[in-house]
Design a protein around this ligand. Structure first.
Ligand SMILES: [Zn+2]
Length: 421
């Protein structure tokens, strides 16, 4: 299955190139209208692209300076419009002859080259190069989601002119894995709970940990570099501090992308259709030792997971974080003394495990309860543990093909440490 997104980008075009683009637009629209007029002749409207190509191509090439592929794209635009009118007639609706006047040109890879930060476009007189005017890369925008994302590929684009400014509407596509379709049709969903923290940046209910060690190491490292530069105090030092900041942001983003990919992998390997996080609002106040840097990192991580998950047909949700670290995921007993720093030991039933792992399971369970008591339609939901699944009644199911005792999951967490680099 494919996911398609259109991303508009503004182009940086000088006046000479703008003049060429205007002429290209004029000739492209002329060509498309010429083909429509031709298709419209006679009682039967011609809708076949091959036939229209044969009957109009030479004349359009003679009358315009358009690149051969732009002639074909104009013909396709015309044929699509005529087909649309014929389809409406078949529905008994009224539709007149199409006419194109909006300034647009359709580009594909044969008459344009789409680079990361610029594009090369065929015009009536050779090609022009135009830089994209991109927003700040730190913000979450369609550009950072789809253009800076290797999973998405630019397949074609439409050039637009609006109030004298040039824009390219880039069409991107990505392949989406369809191995979740079976669960989607049976209505069964499995949730991966994810706990966020300082010592462990993320812990999944499957027992996989992503350590915060590398994050802390580099934060200290960059802080020291900034402090050293601050002592110099010169303008040059100030510029260097900004450079350190950019480098820091870039390194952290790469790290967060790796963790996000790891979480997605964890979810797909375990057949999860939902990834549940705790609510991010107020997270800095809830976690002791969390800085603004952590808050920033959790927000980025959530965004990365959210858009990467979309490609796999996985939903990402946030649940109420109250007591997820104090509640026993086995018996439900909630008490602040159940937890002491990284260890969780239930005062009631004696369940012992890593505190963040216990919290990750609670996050998954909270999603599951919310969706079974609410308007979720009563579809079965399970929380994926490191071995097997836990359902809303607290019943444990071992993984398929293995024998396991109900109610006694073997679940000491496996630690997976993120490689540095
Ligand atoms: Zn307990």
């Amino acid at each position: 299955m494919e996911v398609r997104r259109t991303v508009p980008v503004k182009l940086d075009v000088d006046s000479d190139d703008a003049a060429l683009l205007r002429e290209t637009v004029d000739e492209f629209l002329w060509a498309a209208n010429y083909v429509v007029d031709h298709a419209w002749q006679g009682n039967y409207k011609t809708t076949s692209k091959a036939q229209l190509q044969e009957e109009t191509y030479d004349e359009v090439r003679d009358q315009t300076r358009l690149h051969a592929n732009l002639v074909q794209n104009a013909r396709n635009k015309a044929a699509d419009a005529v087909q649309g009118v014929v389809a409406r007639w078949k529905q008994g609706e009224y539709a007149g002859e199409p006419h194109f006047s909006t300034p647009t040109v359709v580009y594909d890879k044969r008459c344009a080259a789409f680079h990361d930060e610029s594009v090369s476009l065929a015009t009536v007189d050779g090609r022009i190069e135009a830089q994209y005017v991109l927003p700040d890369g730190d913000r979450d925008t369609p550009h950072s989601r789809y253009l800076d994302n290797d999973d998405y590929e630019v397949t074609s684009a439409e050039l637009h002119n609006k109030d004298g400014e040039w824009f390219l509407h880039l069409r991107t596509k990505a392949e989406m894995e369809s191995d979740t379709s079976e669960q989607a049709t049976t209505g069964h969903s499995t949730v991966l709970g994810v706990d966020l923290g300082v010592n462990q940046l993320a812990v999944a209910s499957t027992g996989t940990f992503w350590s915060g060690h590398e994050f802390d190491h580099w934060r200290r490292e960059y802080e020291n570099r900034r402090a050293d530069l601050q002592q110099c105090g010169s303008r040059h030092a100030h510029e260097n501090i900004q450079a350190v900041g950019r480098k820091e942001t870039g390194r952290f983003k790469m790290m967060l992308h790796r963790i996000a990919n790891g979480i997605i992998e964890e979810a797909t390997e375990n057949g999860c259709t939902v990834i549940a996080f705790e609510e991010l609002t107020g997270i800095r106040d809830r976690l002791s030792g969390a800085s603004w840097g952590h808050k920033w990192a959790f927000e980025r991580l959530y965004e990365y997971v959210e858009y990467k998950a979309e490609l796999h047909g996985i939903n990402v949700e946030q649940v109420d974080p109250e007591n997820t670290s104090r509640r026993c995921s086995t018996c439900g007993f909630t008490h602040p003394d159940n937890r002491e720093s990284e260890s969780f030991e239930c005062l009631k039933c004696g369940y012992e495990n890593h505190a963040d792992y216990n919290a990750a399971k609670n996050i998954g369970l909270r999603y599951l309860r919310r969706n079974q008591t609410g308007d979720g339609g009563g579809a079965p939901v399970g929380v994926r543990l490191n071995r097997g699944t836990l359902n809303a009644n607290g019943e444990y199911e071992p993984p398929a093909g293995e024998s396991g005792q109900s109610g006694s999951p073997r679940e000491s967490p496996i630690t997976r440490t993120e490689g540095s680099g």
